[in-house]
Design a protein around this ligand. Structure first.
Ligand code: CAA
Length: 257
């Protein structure tokens, strides 16, 4: 598959997808989303890949949905095509996804980062949901995921004012997992992704599923889901191997089964 709007590569067991419309600060157009979904599916199916990194370039992770492309759309059109439904595809990927963010992560760019499982930010990263200044509201999960990530006070501030927050504020607010120097952001993301990819795959997927379920379920239901998931782990070869390796003071050799 050849891509025009993204660059796809692999490093060991890590699949890397880089947004690649630098002249438009990686504004996310329909062609790019189609390519992104194809690449995500390919990594999801690729047995050798255990974790995925989504990234941009030094200046921008992505500066939002492509305003030029959506400016003239009508209500009838967006309803008919169910505009943005294809942005939800990332939610179907069960392998862990890390966003490595440098520069602008705005609007839909910020929303894609929020849809990833963890965000590693460069100290140059800037996050905002400026949609209200364009006469719309965030539409790719921003009003829901940002509240869950940073709480109502900060989310309401960011969404109603469009205020841009820097990497430090994003880390203090719980929006990002770690902040590193800009030159180190990919190195750090690859280290983290490689560590995750070395876990037993069914265990990594179960952990992702259980943590993401916390945002969907009442506590009692989430606790039940967690309990039945950990019980199921005891049917895994990798549970026996992981615990035996610990007791024998050696590195576990997981077989993803
Ligand atoms: N859509 C289309 N083009 C965009 C874009 C976007 N979201 N963001 C940047 N660009 C383009 C600019 O139009 C410009 O193109 P030209 O050179 O052809 O004029 C190029 O990228 C460089 O941008 P700037 O000249 O503006 O660069 P700057 O350094 O002066 O400013 C910026 C950078 C602050 C990020 C500014 O570009 C900006 O504010 N961008 C728009 C951000 C935005 O509003 N995003 C939300 C989109 S709506 C959305 O995402 C909806 C949703 O929920 C899914």
């Amino acid at each position: 598959m050849t891509y025009e709007n993204i660059i796809v590569s692999e490093q060991g067991a890590v699949g890397i997808i880089q947004f690649n419309r630098p002249k438009a600060l990686n504004a996310l157009n329909a062609a790019m989303i189609t390519e992104l979904n194809t690449a995500l599916d390919a990594f999801q199916m690729e047995v050798a890949i255990g974790a995925i990194i989504l990234t941009g370039n030094e200046k921008a992770f992505a500066a939002g949905a492509d305003v030029r492309e959506m400016k003239d759309k009508t209500f009838a059109q967006v309803k008919d095509e169910n505009f943005l439904h294809d942005w939800d595809h990332i939610n179907t990927i069960t392998k862990p996804i890390i966003a490595a963010v440098s520069g602008f992560a705005l609007g839909g760019g910020c929303e894609y980062a929020l849809a990833c499982d963890l965000i590693i930010a460069a100290d140059t990263a800037k996050f905002s949901l400026p949609e209200t200044s364009l006469g719309i509201i965030p539409g790719a999960g921003g009003t829901q995921r940002l509240v869950r990530a940073v709480g109502k006070a900060k989310a309401m501030d960011m969404i109603l004012t469009g205020r841009m927050i820097d990497a430090g504020e994003a880390e203090r607010s719980g929006l990002v997992s770690r902040v590193v120097a800009a030159a180190q952001v990919m190195e750090e993301a690859i280290l983290v992704a490689t560590k995750i990819a070395a876990l037993s795959r069914p265990v990594a997927k179960a952990a992702k599923y259980a943590v993401n379920s916390a945002a969907e379920l009442p506590l009692s239901e989430g606790l039940k889901l967690e309990r039945s998931a950990i019980h199921a782990m005891f049917d895994l070869y990798d549970q026996k191997e992981g615990m035996a390796a610990f007791l024998e003071k050696r590195t576990a050799k997981f077989e993803n089964r």
